[in-house]
Design a protein around this ligand. Structure first.
Ligand code: NAD
Length: 495
């Protein structure tokens, strides 16, 4: 693959090489280099934030009328759709997801810009009931410079989920994509500029999280951080936020339970469970990675599930028929393999997968792992409690609903849950009892930008998406507007 010259970064509206180290990014399916660039330096961070601050205070975006900002965001959505295929192919190379998934992520990024354009244009402020001879209002102001720190697993969709509402709110945005998957964030920033977002309102600064991400989060002029990533880094950002008294949203890890009851539509549930864990190679925060199946159907269900996992098409991400691509890096696959070994040590039996598939050239240097199912473990063991972030499902039988809910909730994570049952009363009961930011009933991993998304406990703080997703980038202000000349209590004596 011809990787061409180093790619410029977007630093305060200027496209130029980063001041940090030169590095290459790789296509996870083959290990080949895809692009090279120079990471952002600390001086780039300083300059980008200073320029973002100036661009914000210039007011040509932050004080533009909502319908004018919306018009530009609609254009961003249209441009994403116009270039959808090339963006999807670029993303396939950037992180190795199968083309079917990258097309869906690009489409979701366009839908996100369209939604927040509409939300921006139709946002209402309130006249609140007055308690005196004054008019009382609740209004919202953009926060200023905000940061969007994103992981490697869903480029473009993750960035759009933060960039679109932040721009809609009138903020200037410093995007810090994962160092290893910077390509789509750069393309998105270029599209935003082409659509009419003023220069300086967006910067894209790839680099090491502990250096560049940390410096962005700590900068006094950054007034909010929207973070998606692991719980460890999320906690560090929360500490910084506490020191700076800064709002944050933290979309973190998960170990989501999927529960299959005896009365479920079994064929549907088998497909749903497979899709829930093995799509995106399990590199998904909401992966349904802990499976609980009613004991009376456990064996029959597991037979079908294992057969289904073994039939999954693992391989070439460019082939639209491929269901599972590679993992992101060799190091990440090593981590997944360590968890499979741990599962064995803890007494688990590998019912499917457990190793690397033999795909042959040109994928022999790719970072593939088989879809893997481990049974025979208890929910309190490490393999069932820790996030693996790979194609590994742990499966356990359950006996009664109350105990099931207790086990489902027995996790530091609480991001998502799946319920498969034909009994709508049970679906309601369990759906309300399970602690999770998102519950899917007889479906899994479906997303709508109009529905809030986020986690409880170690899975995060705050919500993205939905109309409230826009308000997260705005400060609320109460206004009192005196309507008569009546003296205030002290007006007489002080005058
Ligand atoms: P990560 O936490 O290592 O990195 C995420 C981003 O944060 C990257 O851009 C990274 O460079 C940056 N970063 C890392 N340390 C930082 C620090 N100390 N200060 C500032 N920035 C820092 O996560 P990852 O390995 O890229 O992604 C995988 C994790 O993301 C998984 O745990 C997964 O569950 C989680 N995730 C969560 C969601 C969600 O919406 N809840 C979505 C996708 C991924």
């Amino acid at each position: 693959m011809d990787i061409g010259p180093p790619l410029p970064l977007c630093i305060g509206g200027e496209w130029r090489l980063g001041g940090g180290e030169r590095y290459e990014t790789f296509y996870p399916a083959t290990g080949e280099a895809v692009a090279c660039l120079h990471a952002a330096s600390l001086a780039d961070v300083e300059e980008a934030i200073e320029r973002a601050h100036q661009a914000f205070h210039r007011g040509d975006w932050s004080r533009a009328k909502p319908h004018a900002r919306a018009a530009v965001l609609y254009r961003v959505a249209a441009l994403i759709r116009e270039r959808a295929e090339s963006l999807a192919q670029r993303q396939r190379l950037d992180n190795g997801k199968p083309i079917g998934e990258t097309r869906a992520l690009v489409a979701s990024a366009a839908a996100t810009f369209q939604y927040f354009a509409a939300a921006c244009e139709t946002l209402e402020e309130a006249i609140t009931p007055s308690r005196g001879d004054y008019l009382t209002l609740s209004v919202h102001e953009p926060m200023g410079v905000v940061a969007a720190i994103t992981p490697w697993n869903s480029p473009i969709a993750s960035e759009a989920q933060k960039l679109a509402p932040a721009l809609a709110a009138g903020c200037a945005v410093i995007v810090k994509p994962a160092e290893i998957t910077p390509l789509l964030a750069l393309e998105l920033a270029a599209l935003c500029e082409e659509a009419g977002v003023p220069k300086g309102m967006i910067s894209v600064l790839p680099g090491k999280g502990s250096v560049i991400g940390d410096a962005i989060a700590r900068h006094p002029k950054v007034r909010r951080v929207a973070f998606t990533g692991g719980t460890r880094a999320g906690r560090q950002i929360a500490h910084i936020a506490a020191e700076k008294m800064m709002p944050v949203s933290l979309e973190l890890g998960g170990k989501s339970p999927t529960m299959v009851f005896s009365d479920a539509d079994i064929a549907h549930a088998v497909n749903g469970v497979l899709y829930g864990i093995f799509s995106s190679s399990g590199e998904s925060c909401i992966a349904g990675s802990r499976l609980f199946v009613a004991r009376d159907i456990y064996e029959a269900f597991m037979d079908r599930l294992v057969a289904g996992a073994q039939r999954l098409r693992v391989g070439d991400p460019a082939d639209p028929a491929t269901q599972m691509g590679p993992l992101i890096t060799a190091a990440h696959r090593d981590g997944v393999e360590r968890y499979v070994a741990l599962g064995r040590e803890e007494g688990g039996q590998i019912l499917a997968g457990g190793g690397r598939p033999d795909l042959g050239a040109p994928f022999s240097n790719g970072f593939f792992h088989q879809p893997t199912i481990i049974a025979g473990l208890r929910n309190d063991q490490r393999t069932c409690q820790e996030e693996i972030f790979g194609p590994v499902l742990v499966a356990m039988p359950f006996d009664d609903e109350e105990d099931l809910v207790a086990q489902a909730n027995d996790s530091v994570y609480a991001l998502a849950a799946g319920i498969w049952t034909a009994d709508f009363q049970r679906a309601w009961r369990v759906g309300r009892a399970v602690q999770a930011g998102t519950v899917w009933i007889n479906t899994y991993k479906q997303f709508s930008v109009s529905t809030p998304f986020g986690g409880w406990r170690d899975s995060g703080l705050g919500r993205e998406k939905g109309r409230l997703g826009l308000l997260q980038y705005m400060e609320q202000k109460g206004m009192y507007w005196g309507l008569n000349e009546a003296p205030l209590p002290w007006a007489g004596p002080c005058a």
